[in-house]
Design a protein around this ligand. Sequence first.
Ligand SMILES: C[S@@+](CC[C@H](N)C(=O)[O-])C[C@H]1O[C@@H](n2cnc3c(N)ncnc32)[C@H](O)[C@@H]1O
Length: 286
Amino acid sequence: MSAPERNYWLDEACARAFWDQHKAVPYRELLRDTAQWLAPQTGERWLDLGCGSGQLTAALWDRSGGRLAEVVAVDCNPVNAEALDQLRRRLVPAPAPGQLRFVTANFSHGLPQFADAAFDGVVSGLALPYAEWKDPVTGRYTDFAYNRALAEVYRVLRPGGRFVFSVNVPQPRFWRILWRSLGRRPRSSRLLRALLNGLRMQGYGYWLRREAGRGRFHYLPVAEVGLRLEAVGFGAWVYRLSYAEQAYLISARKEAPTAAWPGEHTNSPRAGVSGPRAVGARPLLS
Ligand SMILES: C[S@@+](CC[C@H](N)C(=O)[O-])C[C@H]1O[C@@H](n2cnc3c(N)ncnc32)[C@H](O)[C@@H]1O
C-alpha cells in the first residue's frame, strides 16, 4: 500500500497562514456575500464545515445576535481550536458553555459523529472541494468523498434546513486574488504584509491546483455542483459569483420550498443548469 500523500491542510503553518485570509479584500467580499445569505434564527443549530479560523462561525453569531442554540465548528486541523478559542473570547454576546463547539474531524470520512436532522443549517467556506478519496483498488483519486460529503450534509440537515457554501471555480486564478488583495491605494506597510502573505498563499494555491488537476480535489463547474446537490436530494438551489470571481457561493435547501426564501432570485437558469428545481442566480461581477 502506498504512503498517504502530504496534506498541507493538516500542517500547522498552513492553518495559521489561512487565519490571516480574512484581511484580504476578496475574502471580505466572500464573507459579506455569504453572511447575507445566512439567515440564522433564534434557537437554531448550525454546523460550520472546514471552519478554519471561524470567520463564518462569527458571521452566524453576529447575524443571530448570539441567539443560536449551538454552532459546531469542524476542521481537520486541530490547531484551529486555538483560533476558535480566540474567537470565543471576542464574540458579543459571549457564548454560554456549549453554545460554540470546535470538533476536529475529517469530512472526507463523512459526518458519522452527527445524528440525522441534527442541524437547521450548514455553512462551509472554500472547504468542500478538499474531500478526498483514493480508490484502494485502482490507487486513483475519485470524487467519492465529495459526493458522500454532500449526502452527509443532506442527512444531518432537518427537512427545510439550509446549506450555504462556497467552492472555488474550476482552475481558480489565485494570482487574481493576490492582486485584488493589494487594494487600490495601500499604505506601504500594509502592502508589504499583504504581499508577503499573498505570496505564501500562492504556494498553497499551486499545490491545490496541481492536486485538483490530478482529481484529488474538486473545482467543478457550478452546473455540475448543482447536479450533485440534486442527486443527493436537495431541492432548489441558487448561486452567485464572489471572491474576485474565483468562487461560487451556493445556497440549497433540503426540501424544495413552496415559497421563495430571503435572498432567493428566480432568474433564468444559467447555461448547463437544467430541471425545474435548479434556479440560477445572475452572477454579480464584483
Ligand atoms: C480555504 S480554508 C477556509 C477556512 C474557512 N472556512 C474560511 O472561510 O475562512 C479551508 C479549510 O478547510 C479545512 N479542510 C480541508 N479539508 C478538510 C477535511 N477533509 N475535513 C475537514 N476540514 C477540512 C482546512 O483545514 C481549512 O481550514
